[in-house]
Design a protein around this ligand. Structure first.
Ligand code: SIN
Length: 539
């Protein structure tokens, strides 16, 4: 099947959906998404969206907090613009029907999270992402010019110069695998937007859902787009410890690596981190204690666990009024109970887990990538807002801001864009056959995630990074071989993508000869002024 559209958006989180809504008055917009449309990182977001909305707060403070967390690598003009636009973007979401939590006087109930010097996080209880996806998807489904294809995975971008050598390097759309029909379709577009989110599944332990396999990042890199700051992977300090096994109350299996996020807002409301002997430890680490920037808290937890040989640390909010805790964190409370823990009556075991990619496809503030015709927004992109470490709740903000800016850019640019006179060939399956060896995929998948966790995690060293580099090169060769010989499946596509993203993280980490923000290397423990530069990679 061949589908022609004005704009192809790959991904259905807050970035892609908000962009689609803003374009649908003028253009035919096609969204493809690889599972049900709600199954995105956005859906699982708990914390909220950072914005200056209180009379005691100001833009300079939000800008400064973002720059401080970013450890010298934020692009200041990007930070300034997004922070100043945040209140307008929140009001727009409210006008579309998003219901953020409010106090009895109808003011927003602003939450506090790590690295913020003020309460400035608008949230919908502890399920902000659910609320955003609900409203945005309703809106998308009500708009005639938006066509939503679920269970469609992008395989690779279509490039003009690959079809006709000598042609300019331009993205013309994507080849897409339709899982339900087991077919590959051609989606041709004047502009293609990657909004595929992050890649937490590159690591064994992650707060992200299964869909977070870095598909957009990997595809863009393969197509020749420039990648930025891929070494800066944020580990959320507090995910519920899960050694695998059974969720007690639910009596259902929980696979190893599946972790549940315990929002930073729990620490924002007074949660204390303790060693397993019940002694607090953040006091001596940072003046902001539990609310220090995430890289510092995650490293402090990692240090305590390694020093003591413990498998987790404790997070304790049981000194707070149980009624308040239950009302503020209904979803966290209910999920902890499923695992056999009660937030209100004692500490819960927590561990850090891969949470967010600060790097990604390098873009301008309009979402333009280095490849003509290709845009990127949301976690898949790297705009310079987060630098070397993202400030809590700046990610949904960036996603909705970039949806806004990319919409303005495309509205301006698209009417002047000419269709290329190039006939795009259908996908060529070659001599690929069905495989009876699916175990190759699971084996490679597990191997990558485990060595990324052990060698390219919170604390790195040259030796660990080199080991990871050797392994990823071998595995990539094996996966390439497999990819060309066997028929496409969703699992194979995701494996190919996590291997690509893993390699990008390793190569970027090896390039940085210092420790900065989220990248900590035992062989270069200091931050070095001459290394204060973005890491760029091109295929
Ligand atoms: C959280 O609720 O702790 C996650 C928020 C974020 O990652 O910004």
């Amino acid at each position: 099947m061949k589908i022609k559209t004005d704009i192809l958006i790959i991904g259905s989180g807050i970035a892609g959906l908000s962009l689609a809504v803003k374009l649908a008055d003028q253009f035919e917009v096609t969204i493809i998404t690889k599972r049900e449309a709600v199954e995105t990182n956005t859906w699982y977001a708990q914390g909220g969206i950072a914005a200056v909305l209180s009379s005691v707060d100001n833009f300079n403070s939000h800008v400064q907090d973002t720059l401080t967390a970013g450890a010298g690598l934020c692009r200041p003009q990007v930070v300034e613009k997004i922070v100043r636009d945040a209140p307008r973007l929140i009001e727009e979401l409210v006008s579309w029907g998003v219901q953020f939590s409010r106090q009895s006087n109808n003011q927003y109930d602003l939450g506090r999270e790590g690295g913020h010097s003020q309460r400035r996080v608008v949230h919908a209880g502890d399920m902000t992402g659910n609320e955003l996806e609900r409203v945005l998807l309703d809106k998308v489904k009500s708009l005639q010019k938006i066509h939503l294809f679920e269970f469609h995975s992008a395989i690779d971008l279509i490039l003009a110069d690959k079809i006709r050598p000598g042609e300019e390097k331009k993205c013309l759309g994507a080849y897409v695998y339709d899982k339900n029909r087991d077919e590959i379709h051609t989606f041709e577009a004047k502009a293609t937007v990657i909004a595929t989110g992050g890649a937490g599944k590159v690591y064994l332990y992650t707060s992200n859902p299964d869909v977070a396999t870095g598909d957009g990042m990997a595809m863009a890199f393969r197509a020749g787009a420039r990648m930025m700051n891929m070494e800066f992977v944020q580990f959320h300090p507090t995910c519920l410890y899960n050694p695998g096994g059974w969720a007690l109350a639910a009596n259902r299996p929980i696979p190893e690596g599946k972790t549940f996020l315990i929002s930073e807002a729990v620490r924002g409301e007074g949660g204390i981190l303790k060693r397993t002997d019940n002694t607090p430890f953040m006091e001596k680490v940072h003046p902001l204690k539990e609310l220090a920037p995430r890289d510092i808290v995650a490293r402090a937890i990692d240090f305590e666990m390694k020093r003591r040989g413990d498998r987790y640390v404790l997070l304790d909010i049981s000194h707070k009024d149980p009624a308040f805790v239950r009302q503020r964190f209904p979803n966290i409370d209910a999920t902890c109970k499923l695992y056999g823990f009660d937030l209100t009556s004692g500490p819960i075991p927590v561990v850090p887990a891969a949470h967010y990619f600060c790097g990604g496809i390098e873009t301008s503030l309009e979402g333009r990538t280095s490849l003509e015709g290709l845009y990127a927004i949301g976690e898949a992109a790297s705009t310079g807002l987060h630098g070397a470490n993202r400030l809590a709740s700046n990610s949904l903000l960036e996603a909705v801001a970039m949806g806004d800016y990319a919409a303005k850019e495309l509205k301006n640019k698209l009417p002047r864009m000419k269709q290329m006179d190039l006939a795009i060939p259908d996908w060529d399956p070659g001599s690929a056959v069905s495989t009876d060896e699916a175990v190759v995929i699971t084996q490679n998948w597990d191997e990558i995630r485990r060595f990324m966790w052990n060698y390219v995690g919170i604390v790195r060293s040259n030796k660990r990074l080199k080991r990871a580099q050797t392994r990823i090169k071998l595995l990539k060769e094996e996966i390439k071989d497999y990819y060309w010989n066997f028929k496409i499946s969703s699992d194979l596509l995701e494996l190919r993508n996590i291997a690509q993203v893993a390699e990008l993280v390793i190569e970027s980490a090896l390039k940085r000869q210092e420790s900065r923000g989220l990248h900590y290397n035992l062989d270069y423990p200091e931050t070095v002024e001459s290394e204060k530069k973005e890491t760029l990679l091109v295929s």
